[in-house]
Design a protein around this ligand. Structure first.
Ligand code: SF4
Length: 338
């Protein structure tokens, strides 16, 4: 780990000022569950850490009114246990409590979790110290170096949204559920406040996989908002992984349904574990409108959600797995009462 300076401002304005003053090499940090890890692996080398956990007023979940509002510093474990989420938006609660371990959820924040970096093992093995792969080129770590994952050990890599430069999976669960729910972030930066859709935070890798998030320099997330919808109650976050806890998704589906009688009035579907960013499955959503949710229609939607998927050497199983994950999620959500 390289030496760095550390500051803990007490207001957002102070934090943004400290970031601007520090210049290149400054990074915000909250729970630190991802950044410290990458610093220890010598992947991240910030020169100045600006700890935002001292900023007052960003630690509340607000459920009154026409939207849910999560202060960016709410611990994931606190949001996961919120009674309104558990009752009215189970996909949000499930996406949170199926992530990481309880200790990590206690430290990690709902704002910081939006910016978790990929688990691609080649990316994380910059110094060659991790067991299986040795030091290997990675365009995300070192632009222009090449990509060892393409044509390499790619069992965990993306089948949607990949490019000739990178096929790393976007690792989050919470961003997938937020994408399905049309959530937005409130941002504050040197140019003032703005809002942006959560889905718009994530860039496709294209030829620049090192540019992952659509943030302006110095911006911080202050809150996440989710429009209220009756679809919240008939929802689920279904996560399939190699072991049942403390593992990243091989495939996941965030699903919410609004029904008229036994027919779908509207559907929301987003995929995790298979794409280079949280992946909204709009065609699958549209094809379900007016249909009953049964074994046939849910599987049809699952296949539509994976339209255009392309496998590498070892990850072809993900296409069928993800289609079935969507189908299962739809059946689970449909059984829930509004
Ligand atoms: Fe790096 Fe992306 Fe290739 Fe992984 S898939 S080695 S993150 S460029």
């Amino acid at each position: 780990m390289k030496p760095f300076t550390y500051a803990r401002p007490s207001s957002a304005a102070e934090a943004i000022g400290a970031f601007s003053a520090a210049g290149a090499g400054a990074r915000y940090i909250a729970g630190g569950t991802s950044l410290y890890d990458l610093m220890k692996l010598d992947i991240e080398r910030p020169q100045h850490l600006i700890d935002v956990t001292g900023i007052a007023g960003l630690d509340r979940v607000e459920t009154a009114g026409d939207q849910l509002r999560f202060g960016a510093l709410v611990p994931m474990s606190v949001a996961a246990g919120d009674e309104t989420l558990l009752r009215d938006y189970p996909l949000l609660a499930e996406a949170l409590w199926k992530a990481a371990s309880q200790q990590l959820r206690n430290m990690a924040t709902v704002g910081g979790n939006l910016f978790q970096r990929t688990r691609c093992m080649y990316f994380r093995n910059g110094n060659g110290n991790l067991s299986t792969v040795g030091a290997a080129p990675c365009n995300k770590r070192e632009p222009g170096a090449g990509c060892a994952a393409i044509g390499g050990l790619d069992r965990g890599q993306a089948v949607l949204g990949q490019s000739a430069s990178c096929n790393a999976v976007s690792p989050g669960d919470w961003p997938v559920a937020l994408t399905a729910m049309d959530a937005a972030v409130e941002l504050l930066g040197p140019d003032g406040p703005r809002t942006a859709p959560v889905a718009g935070l994530y860039r496709l890798p294209g030829a620049t996989p090192h540019l992952e998030f659509a943030l302006k320099p110095g911006e911080i997330v202050t809150a996440i908002t989710v429009p209220k919808t009756p679809a919240g109650r008939r929802s689920t976050y279904h996560k399939i992984r190699d072991r049942e806890s403390y593992a990243f998704a091989l495939a996941s589906a965030a699903v919410a349904l609004e029904m008229e009688g036994d027919r779908v009035a509207s559907a929301r579907i987003a995929l995790g574990g298979v794409a280079t960013r949280p992946w909204r499955a709009s065609a699958a959503e549209r094809m379900l409108v007016g249909r009953r949710i049964d074994a046939d229609s849910s599987m049809e939607a699952g296949r539509a959600a994976l339209a255009g998927a392309r496998a590498g050497r070892h990850n072809g199983f993900k296409i069928e797995l993800a289609a079935r994950t969507v189908a299962d999620a739809l059946l689970i959500a449909a059984r829930r009462t509004a």
